[in-house]
Design a protein around this ligand. Structure first.
Ligand SMILES: C[S@@+](CC[C@H](N)C(=O)[O-])C[C@H]1O[C@@H](n2cnc3c(N)ncnc32)[C@H](O)[C@@H]1O
Length: 418
């Protein structure tokens, strides 16, 4: 896992520590709605930064220099605060600055010690208050600057979602996605201007949604499956039919076992080597939004298919690397777990995977052919672990008793690096 390092503490020219940048969250109720502590910070500021809407809401008798927030902010940010060194800087942000907001960005950029956040009421809390939803039972999905498909893993019967979007297209896009995924009956409520005088709430179903919305809205969804829609869980072992495939696919039952042994942990990185249709990396990423994976696949056609499957199943950030393992390994981020689903007979492949893993990292490999099984047996003898052979039989209707049709057995080796 990657570690976040705090930048060193900044000092002013006279050696005194730099005052913290104060980030004040402000709602649509503006100055009147601010807590006394937040008001006091704004009143004693030398420099006030913020969007035009936030700056306008501060009374004229606050004498601080007003600096409009740079657009786009990403390039301007690193040097922005150097210009105001030694002065009391307050940044005004909407709602809770730590919810998809500038507070998170500044903390990452300047370090936790240099940023003091005074949150306002978040749009999520306000929306839940209006809807009568408990915050802890509500899933918040941020699509701010992110692909719409990230919503897909959350679309399940009865789930309550609050979708944060960055433009007025978000409610319509969410409605269209729900309809095409078999959730057209879902109830959509769009909440705008929350907490302000122009608050507005519009409701409808996804299938018939055709309402205009302003950019600053939050989209609430109560997911309702249409008749016949099969829910797709985020637990491993999705039905094989969920994937577009040319047959190079680890079957559902075997996939479930392999993923259980890979043990997805939020924030960790998987290498899916010989990724075929991409199922292992995709289900690793569906386990938690912070799970990351890279799929390595030699065939160009399959690499393209993996990307399509990843988008369709809601993990568009799966990284697909077209190339041969282990040649491409130097281009990959360090793994916490490795799955080998193809290429076991490639010389030095397991060696390279083993070496790439940190101590305690997990390696799982599946062999479909005798020669590959020999390779796994040799490694099992060398470093230990767990070697199992899985034989699945499928029932097919045949009169009163089903006919059991065996599928070729698969040998699975799993081991923790020591
Ligand atoms: C059985 S499939 C894997 C199925 C995959 N786990 C899934 O569920 O979709 C094996 C894949 O490994 C790929 N492959 C074989 N040797 C490889 C290598 N050295 N580097 C990258 N890919 C390789 C093949 O092209 C094939 O697509």
């Amino acid at each position: 896992m990657s570690e976040v390092e705090s930048p060193p503490k900044a000092d002013t020219d006279n050696g005194a520590p730099e005052p913290p940048v104060v980030v004040v969250g402000m709602g649509f109720d503006g100055w009147e709605g601010l807590a006394p502590t937040s008001c006091a910070e704004v009143q004693r500021a030398d420099v006030l930064m913020g969007g035009p809407h936030q700056l306008e809401m501060v009374p004229a008798d606050v004498t601080a220099e007003r600096v409009p927030w740079p657009v786009p902010a990403t390039e301007a940010l690193p040097g922005l605060f150097d210009r105001y060194a030694g002065r009391a800087v307050v940044v005004l942000a909407p709602g809770d600055p730590m919810l998809s907001g500038i507070g998170t960005t500044l903390t990452r950029l300047l370090g936790h010690e240099r940023v003091r956040v005074l949150p306002g009421t978040s749009a999520v809390s306000l929306a839940c208050a209006r809807l009568g939803w408990s915050v802890e039972d509500t899933e918040v999905v941020s699509l701010v600057g992110r692909p719409l498909e990230l919503l897909i893993p959350y679309v399940q019967p009865s789930r309550k979602l609050l979708v944060l979007g960055s433009d007025d297209d978000t409610p319509g896009q969410v409605a269209a996605l729900l309809s095409t995924r078999g959730y057209g009956q879902s109830l959509i409520t769009v909440l705008g201007g929350l907490g302000g005088p122009d608050e507005e709430v519009r409701s409808g179903t996804a299938a018939t949604w055709a309402q205009p919305a302003s950019p600053l809205v939050i989209t609430a969804v109560e997911c309702r499956a249409d008749r016949g829609t099969m829910p797709l869980p985020t637990t491993p072992g999705l039905p094989d039919g969920a994937y577009e495939s040319d047959g190079h696919l680890t079957r559902s039952e075997v996939r479930a076992i392999c993923l259980a042994r890979l043990a997805a942990v939020p924030g960790q990185q998987l290498w899916d080597i010989g990724a075929g249709s991409g199922s292992i990396g995709i289900e690793w990423m569906r386990a938690h939004k912070a799970c990351r994976a890279v799929a390595v696949e030699a065939s160009e056609e399959r690499a393209e298919r993996i990307a399509r499957n990843a988008t369709r199943l809601g993990v568009p950030y799966l990284r697909v690397v077209r190339g041969y393992a282990p040649d491409v390994f130097s281009r990959l981020p360090k793994p916490d777990a490795v799955f080998i689903g193809g290429g076991l007979r490639t010389p030095l492949l397991i060696e390279a995977c083993w070496e790439a893993l940190p101590i305690g990292g997990r390696l799982v490999a599946a062999a479909y052919y005798e020669e590959s099984e020999d390779v796994l047996e040799a490694w099992y003898a060398r470093v230990g672990g767990d070697l199992v052979r899985v034989a699945v039989q499928h029932a097919e209707p045949a009169g009163s008793d089903p006919a059991w049709v065996p599928v070729s057995p698969v040998t699975i080796w799993s081991v923790n690096r020591w």
